[in-house]
Design a protein around this ligand. Structure first.
Ligand code: BGC
Length: 512
């Protein structure tokens, strides 16, 4: 069976994972120093967020050179050493690819600004004249995912008002024009550049973006189809990417997909497109068994329609951490632990986000320390994503908590020190120990390609299922009363069980 079909993928937010050179920012050597821990945790694959040359307007998702390492993270030599070492630890390495846009510092965009309307340089992006008198209005009404218009006007060669360019994210992230063969050629060059260095695959950022309707029509009513994403042309791009990746045996490509419609989602998983499609649909669910079951069934139905592999995630660098999402405090930790067990019992690939295994909460940062462009771009109405990007604690103290010997780029609260790897590693009841055990048991009961589940009858607010082809049963109690466990030997529980084989509220258990 292909390795990625039941892989546990561990997302490393490079900036916040481990800092080897003391500048307060995580780096590639820092990751390399933690490979022993990652092997101990039991994950199969690392997924590195962008570490490429970038002015960091969107902390690396604004790529100025997709074929080089930003000095703040290291260089190509340290990257090669990391990959080689990871492979020695039995860990595969996948990396984020950002094909929808470049940084405004990318040489292509600088050349586009220096050129004139209709030039080949501008044809690599989406430049359009404005509408209305003097072209004063944007070419259409599209908005940026970060708030504000998705268009920025540039000065023309006489320093007068000129054309507008499209950016679905920040103005520092101009969208690439994927009808342009130069863009395709450059992407192939980037794919091969990293595959030749031994990476085992990619996570495609904004995998439902890239292709735009030719006439860039206005967005209509909010509940109508969104012309900015999931345009049919995107599948040609994925077929091109997959054609290149297939030249490298065992390489895998996973797409980040915001598509919520099951049938549209399944199109990305046809056998000449993505191997895996990651939608953090479990993150959409409240902590309620009926809703969780519905989401699981919808996701399984969507992927089975194209005979693909399910992928599960309930967190990530764009999502509030589960502990906080489920209420924070001890209750939040209990629920996050319970849902982690449900997710790890499901067939397919599972994506964890660094720090999940420590049960970390979001951090309430003071306004003046927020750095996510989302905060400024949307007029300080949304606080952005820094709260769930605070560096990981490796030791109990002093501040820096083993993440860095310097000042962490975001302050780490004392409670992070109390939840550090060192504090949890030897504690058999810790969240870290629970994740280690779940990953170990999952592997023992995994290896089945059958992605169907057998659902048991369950009391109100509860669910229970067995993986077909496996003896693993998972039960979850999201109600507020203890319920009887299904029959079977108890393998693992996310919290203490009650006498008489009762499953308490906010708890999940595995049975054989
Ligand atoms: C990434 C975000 C990023 C955005 C623009 C998303 O898919 O996960 O972190 O801000 O794309 O690249």
């Amino acid at each position: 069976m292909q390795w990625w079909r039941d892989a546990v993928v561990y997302q490393i937010y490079v900036r916040s994972f481990s800092d080897a050179d003391g500048d307060g920012i995580g780096d590639l050597d820092g990751i390399r120093s933690r490979l022993g821990y990652l092997e101990l945790l039991g994950v199969d694959v690392l997924r590195l967020t962008p570490f490429y040359t970038s002015p960091m307007a969107d902390h690396g998702y604004d790529v100025a050179d997709p074929r080089d390492v930003d000095p703040v993270f290291g260089d190509l030599v340290t990257f090669d050493a990391l990959v080689a070492d990871a492979h020695k630890h039995g860990l595969r390495v996948t990396i984020d690819l950002v094909p929808n846009h470049t940084s405004s510092e990318h040489e292509w965009f600088r050349a586009a600004l220096a050129s004139t309307p209709g030039s080949p340089e501008r044809a690599r992006f989406h430049f359009r004249p404005g509408r209305g008198a003097g072209g004063m209005k944007p070419p259409n009404n599209w908005t940026s995912a970060f708030g504000g218009p998705a268009w920025t006007r540039v000065r023309d060669s006489t320093d007068g008002p000129g054309e507008w360019y499209l950016h679905l994210f920040t103005r520092e992230q101009p969208d690439l024009n994927w009808t342009n063969p130069e863009v395709w050629a450059d992407m192939e060059k980037t794919l091969r550049f990293w595959l030749d260095r031994g990476v085992d695959g990619f996570r495609i950022d904004v995998a439902d973006g890239m292709s735009k309707p030719e006439d860039l029509p206005d967005m209509v009513a909010h509940d109508g189809p969104d012309p900015r994403f999931d345009h049919d042309g995107v599948h040609d791009v994925h077929r091109m990417i997959r054609a290149v990746v297939d030249h490298y045996p065992d390489a895998m490509v996973m797409g980040e997909l915001g598509v919520r419609d099951g049938e549209r989602f399944a199109l990305y998983l046809r056998n000449d497109e993505l191997h895996l499609g990651c939608r953090a649909v479990l993150a959409d669910a409240p902590f309620a068994a009926e809703r969780i079951r519905e989401i699981v069934q919808q996701s399984l139905a969507a992927v089975s329609s194209v005979d693909a592999t399910p992928t599960w995630a309930y967190s990530g660098h764009d999502l509030s951490r589960p502990v906080t999402r489920y209420g924070g405090g001890a209750g939040g930790v209990a629920r996050a632990r319970a849902l982690a067990l449900v997710m790890c019992a499901l067939p397919g690939a599972v994506c964890l986000y660094n720090g999940d295994e420590l049960g970390l909460p979001d951090v309430d940062l003071p306004d003046e320390l927020l750095q996510d462009p989302l905060w400024s771009r949307c007029g300080r109405t949304e606080r952005g994503r820094d709260a769930y990007r605070v560096p990981l604690p490796w030791e109990g103290g002093p501040p820096g908590y083993g993440f860095t010997s310097g000042a962490p780029w975001l302050p780490m609260p004392a409670e992070y020190g109390l939840a550090s790897v060192a504090e949890q590693l030897e504690d058999t009841e810790s969240t870290l120990s629970l994740f280690r055990r779940a990953i170990e048991l999952r592997r023992a009961h995994g290896g089945v390609t059958d992605t169907t589940l057998e659902w048991f009858g369950a009391p109100e607010g509860c669910l229970a299922f067995r993986r077909s082809g496996s003896t693993l049963v998972c039960a979850l109690n999201t109600s507020d009363v203890p319920v009887p466990l299904p029959p079977g030997d108890i393998l693992l529980a996310s919290g203490p069980l009650l006498d008489g084989d009762l499953l308490p509220p906010d708890t999940a258990a595995w049975l054989a």
